[in-house]
Ligand binder design. Structure first.
Ligand code: ASP
Length: 328
């Protein structure tokens, strides 16, 4: 799977629906853009066209598994996919050539766990779940997270694939070693699910922005920014330039807007508009939000066209184009 590249000052986006045919019979969008989708439970949804991930989540849900297990196992599919250069093993490195991963997970009771800038461990979402379930803490970062993972039996893994290494060496030829916020490579997977009991959980995992500064952490492992779940209301998760999502605590904002009565679609739109309002002179970056409410209705919104999200229910497995703020 190729990372998308949003070009500086272009005002347009080179992103497209990922062409990998995952589930041919379900692959075509069937819904109108921006349509509110009626509740059918259980349901799994995720950012981008990560159909293998939603298929895995669905397997769990279909058997009566929990939303927590569904999102955990679902996003792990992408962490394990070496061809996915934006998540987990095979993710693009930082500008020094080290792959550092971020992930978080949240359950129906508001329990959560996260790992930040963790190296050498292939499944950060599993470590995040261990943080949630085995420690009194919510976040572990860097070496501490890695050490904890070894203590929990995770194996040391070299996460830099030959392909990522080549791409990084290519990047170094022209790079001035400055973090360039307007040119980003990203495709975080954020997933939300509601199980047959009506309980909601979420997970989010990423290798972050390609060639980021060492130690840089975006929104994805930050509860409230990259992911938030409230079992009374719904859940939201984000992809895109993490710094902007953190500035507005985007996912928490969207869940709170749903609590106040907005639909998932309206709440995602407001989330994007808050970011636009803070960036009056700059719109050449991408943000995509997805959300689900307690009823199983879904919504999505982004800045630039090109963002899609997967939904899996008993009615089908669909890659839905998101409506966008620009270029309507
Ligand atoms: N949100 C991620 C980050 O800022 C990037 C992405 O969506 O791929 O680290």
């Amino acid at each position: 799977m190729k990372r998308r590249k949003f070009l500086r000052n272009s005002g347009t986006v080179a992103a497209g629906v990922i062409s990998t045919p995952l589930f041919a019979s379900f692959n075509e969008p069937k819904e109108e853009i921006g349509t509110e989708k009626e509740a059918v439970l259980p349901i799994a949804i995720c950012t981008w066209n990560f159909g293998n991930a939603t298929a895995k989540a669905w397997q769990v849900l279909e058997k009566g598994g929990s939303a927590l297990d569904a999102v955990h196992q679902g996003v792990m599919v992408e962490e394990n996919d070496l061809n996915n250069s934006t998540v987990g093993n095979g993710g693009r490195p930082d500008r020094d050539g080290n792959v550092s991963l971020d992930a978080c997970i949240m359950d129906k009771d508001g329990n959560c766990g996260a790992v930040l800038a963790m190296q050498n461990i292939a499944n950060p979402i599993s470590v995040a779940r261990k943080v949630m379930e085995e420690t009194p803490h919510v976040m572990l970062a860097g070496k501490g997270a890695e050490q904890f993972a070894y203590e929990q039996g995770f194996k040391k893994t070299d996460l830099l694939t030959e392909e990522s290494k080549k791409a990084w060496e290519e990047w170094k030829k022209t790079s001035q070693y400055k973090p360039i916020i307007n040119i980003e490579n990203h495709d975080t997977i954020g997933m939300l699910a509601i199980d047959a009991d009506g309980d909601i959980a979420g997970a989010c995992t990423t290798s972050g922005m390609a060639y980021k500064m060492a130690g840089r952490v975006g929104d994805s492992p930050i509860i409230g920014a990259g992911l938030f779940v409230d079992n009374e209301v719904g859940g939201a998760t984000a992809t895109g330039v993490g710094e902007e999502v953190v500035r507005t605590v985007g996912s928490f904002l969207i869940v709170e807007l749903m609590r106040q009565g907005k639909s998932p679609q309206e709440a995602c739109e407001e989330g994007v508009k808050r970011i636009i309002a803070k960036n009056k002179d700059k719109q050449d970056f991408q943000i995509g939000f997805i959300a689900i409410n307690k009823k199983g209705e879904t919504g999505a919104y982004c800045i630039h066209p090109g963002f899609t999200y997967r939904t899996y229910t008993k009615e089908g497995h669909v890659n839905n184009p998101s409506d966008s703020y620009l270029n309507k």
